[in-house]
Design a protein around this ligand. Structure first.
Ligand code: CUK
Ligand code: CUA
Length: 864
């Protein structure tokens, strides 16, 4: 091993391991060579690698862009964990295919029209004192001005609200510091009413604004009737941020068309892009939402448009609650610092970032020191007097994130394709890092909260040119993870996002999240309430009222009850489905073929699907998740018959039936199998009890799940015995079979519990023992030897004790088996197994490691 590699292994593996010979001249160096990896690659890999079963430190919620969904992934591993369906149907989650989620999705209808996509831009996490509380997540739809609310209890969308006055909305969602309101600013100015207004009347009838959505943090719902909109000039409001700390109670929204230009290429006018960027400055809107919320309570201060309260500009002006400050033209991001004192605006077309200071702005407002008024009479504050300063960053600065270091800020440079680290207090540029290419937003770890965590910045890039395998002209977009712990930034990892263009992403420490593993039995996951269709075992039924058929069904491994449903053509069928499972992750899916319905039912959940049975025929329905060994059997039939047709019964086929003796023999055999299976379960239970399973919560949970299944056995046994008493052996056999099914499921979870318990209580393997286990498995030993069991070779538990000077004896035997074939003990083994141990050509190192592995086995012999 060369010096560099030696240094490297001690870096990665810790000195203890490097000092030992476990990884010796070998494995790491070999892998690096084979895969063409450099030392830096390996360090970066080690920084992001998450071993199997490991957990990330942060979760990121990223906008899914035009997919209308959200993407959830971990940092630093960048492993995608979930898509959250928000504005777009998503069949796996049943979203848009079951009745409960359809209700949520249809809250997003606009003027009676179904909208089945969204252009998601800015997710936001609910806050207490400006810090994330891990409870609620919201995201905006720019194209169809809406907000979606997601519960972090189950990562499901529970509410969609439509902005009643905007025709598009970009500057949202931004929570105020105690989640009192969510800011959603307009984008393209348009009339607030739903009528036609000619573009020539733009200045008079088109408007922008900022909607303050009232949020109830306890229930996680936007309260539409308590929300209001602050009318603003048609300046094309863009991004926003809520003040916090010293600036709490205020909102900030920038804009990009102070020119109020309206284009007209088709009539010979220069295009929008020229006319909308003519002035040197646009306007940052500064408004006192706290004051305006109080004003909105008085009906004389508001105009009601489309049933929604709008505060006219005159009212905001008269009450000194709305101001403008010039900002460099066509800006994009506006970001309030963790303490609320500094407000950074980046000017896409300007190479500078402008840092405004809240105390200066506030002093100008208090002194009523204005430099003028805009055409609508809104007071304008002096730009220079509001500024803390400006700093030249590079081409196309867009968005900012903060770190845990005081004054440290990270800004994306869209045109330069760089991230720049600078200090908004000292106005000094500290470092730049190249990204690939055209970065939009950045995501810091809690980087827009009052409590940024530092450590990483993610660059959310629009282009992924040359980064990934070509998958056609539409490339994935690229999230790049950057380590910001050092003096300079270090790009660690590229993650392609194959779903849509992501804009903003927000990250939160995982310890702040506490999602549930199951629902209280019968929960409607979209409302959090108990579902009217909740059905427990024994309550399954089919109810008919005229042409309405309601099926109250249950699902549990591995059957759907009922299994046969016959309806008339034209009936309106509603199926309420309750997943009776308590076991973690035992989801059952449900569909009726050909009827475009699908539900995903998590343990304890009740959901429903609804359709008109308008085509005649036989339609299998089934569980769509491979939930158990008998998942394929988890099915039934919907039969739709035409009441106006006459059906002729089929001639019954003659089939051989079993004799009473044959039936008795099958019954006895089935009972015997069950008795033997019970013995296996008993032994697992004994092991679990002997090793105090209840001291380990994960294991105890699994045992509960196992007994959930076992608990159903007595009822089935009773039915089997009744059938025997009634002389119906056919039925008795089937019930005994059902018992076996329950036993298998019990054993399945029980063994999982046992394995988990073993991993909890076994002693830690040394790195040499780990290397030995790898050599044992990969070198072929495990082909014949199973630890704890005699298989095609002897059990190796205790092998080191079987011979004098055991370690040397075993090592010699591994290195040179042939030399011992005449040894009487070995001879006996060869005869018994009818097999000679082959020479696996292990190295001395590997042999030594294997001996360490055997020692570990002996230490834990009682567990195998
Ligand atoms: S926007 Cu996408 S890069 Cu909608 Cu926040 Cu700036
Ligand atoms: Cu339930 Cu498959």
């Amino acid at each position: 091993m060369n010096y560099k590699l030696n240094k490297l292994s001690s870096l990665i593996l810790g000195s203890a391991i490097a000092a030992s010979t476990a990884f010796g001249a070998g494995t790491l160096e070999k892998v690096m060579k084979e895969r063409g990896l450099t030392e830096n690659d390996i360090i970066r890999a080690a920084k992001t690698y998450l071993p199997s079963g490991g957990r990330d430190e942060f979760l990121v919620f990223s906008s899914g862009g035009q997919s209308g969904q959200m993407i959830v992934y971990g940092v630093p591993s960048m492993k995608i964990l979930k898509y959250i369906a928000v504005f777009t149907p998503e069949p796996w989650q049943g979203y848009g295919f079951d009745e409960e989620s359809k209700k949520v999705l249809r809250q997003g209808n606009i003027r009676g029209r179904e909208i089945n996509w969204g252009d998601t831009h800015h997710p936001a996490l609910s806050e207490v004192d400006g810090k994330y509380d891990g409870k609620w997540l919201v995201i905006n739809d720019k194209a169809n001005p809406r907000l979606g609310v997601i519960s972090l209890g189950d990562f499901e969308t529970t509410q969609i609200v439509v902005n009643p006055v905007f025709k598009s909305a970009h500057g949202g969602a931004f929570f105020t510091q105690n989640s009192e309101y969510i800011i959603e600013a307009c984008q393209y100015a348009a009339p607030f009413d739903n009528n036609y207004h000619p573009i020539e009347d733009y200045k008079e009838t088109y408007r922008g604004g900022s909607t303050m959505w009232k949020f109830d943090s306890k229930i996680g719902r936007i309260i539409e009737k308590d929300s209001f909109t602050i009318e603003m000039p048609p300046y094309m409001q863009d991004l926003s941020d809520a003040g916090k700390g010293v600036s709490h109670g205020w909102g900030f929204t920038n804009s990009f068309n102070a020119e109020m230009y309206t284009g007209g290429i088709e009539v010979g006018m220069p295009p929008n892009e020229a006319g909308m960027s003519r002035f040197d400055t646009d306007f940052l809107h500064v408004y006192n939402w706290e004051k305006l919320a109080k004003l909105a309570e008085d009906p004389k201060n508001v105009e009601v448009i489309n049933g929604h309260r709008v505060i006219p500009m005159e009212v905001s002006i008269a009450n000194e609650a709305l101001f403008l400050i010039p900002e460099p033209k066509s800006p994009h991001g506006v970001d309030v610092s963790p303490d609320g004192e500094y407000i950074t605006v980046c000017g896409k077309l300007d190479t500078h970032a402008s840092v405004y200071k809240w105390s200066k702005i506030k002093a100008l407002i208090d002194a009523k020191k204005y430099v003028g008024k805009d055409p609508y009479g809104i007071p304008i504050l002096d730009m220079k007097e509001s500024l803390h300063g400006q700093v030249e960053l590079g081409l196309g600065p867009l968005h900012n994130q903060y770190s845990n270091v005081d004054g440290e800020i990270y800004t994306s440079l869209y045109v330069d394709s760089q991230i720049v680290k600078w200090n908004y207090k000292t106005l000094k540029v500290l470092d730049k890092e190249n990204v690939h290419y055209n970065v939009g937003h950045l995501c810091g770890m809690e980087g827009k909260s009052a409590d940024p965590q530092g450590k990483y910045i993610i660059s959310l890039n629009k282009l992924a040119i040359d980064r990934f395998q070509n998958v056609g002209p539409l490339h994935p977009q690229n999230h790049q993870l950057i380590d910001i712990r050092g003096k300079t930034m270090d790009l660690l990892y590229d993650m392609p996002i194959p779903l849509g263009e992501p804009h903003q992403a927000v990250a939160i420490r995982v310890e702040k999240l506490h999602p549930h593993v199951r629902y209280p039995m019968g929960t409607n996951s979209r409302t959090g309430e108990i579902h009217v269709g909740k059905t427990l075992a024994g309550q399954e039924r089919i109810v008919r009222e005229g042409n309405k058929v309601s099926v109250y069904a249950t699902m549990v491994r591995s059957h759907i009850n009922p299994e046969r449903i016959t309806v008339n053509k034209g009936d309106e069928v509603t199926m309420y489905l309750t997943n009776l499972e308590r076991a973690q992750d035992e989801t059952h899916g449900f569909t009726v073929d050909h009827y475009n319905v699908h539900a995903s039912l998590e343990p304890g959940e009740t959901g429903s699907i609804k359709f008109t049975a308008d085509i005649e025929g036989v339609f299998p329905y089934y569980c769509t998740e491979f939930c158990s060994a008998l998942h394929l059997e988890m099915m039934g039939y919907l039969m739709v018959k035409d009441p106006n047709k006459k059906y002729v019964s089929a001639q019954r086929l003659k089939m051989k039936t079993m004799t009473p003796e044959e039936l008795k023999a099958e019954y006895d055999k089935t009972v015997a199998v069950n008795t033997a299976t019970q013995a296996v379960i008993d032994s697992v239970v004994k092991f679990l009890k002997d090793n105090k399973f209840d001291e380990h919560k994960v294991v105890a949970d699994l045992v509960t799940d196992a007994f959930d299944q076992a608990g159903q056995i007595p009822a089935q046994k009773k039915l089997a015995d009744e059938a025997v008493a009634a002389g119906d052996m056919e039925k008795a056999i089937l019930f005994e079979n059902m018992i076996w099914q329950l036993m298998v499921k019990t054993a399945d979870v029980g063994i999982r519990a046992k394995d988990t318990l073993v991993s909890k209580i076994a002693t830690q393997k040394s790195s040499a023992a780990q290397a030995g286990e790898r050599a044992f498995d990969e070198g072929g030993c495990s082909g014949c030897h199973v630890v704890g069991k005699v298989s095609s070779g002897p059990d190796l538990t205790g092998v080191l004790q079987r011979h004098e000077d055991g370690e040397k004896w075993v090592a010699d035997f591994i290195l040179n088996p042939e030399h011992k074939f005449e040894d009487p003990y070995v001879k006996g083994m060869i005869d018994y197994f009818n097999l000679k141990m082959p020479n696996q050509h292990m190295t001395k190192e590997e042999t030594k490691d294997i001996i360490e592995y055997f020692k570990w086995i002996d230490e834990n012999a009682n567990l195998f």
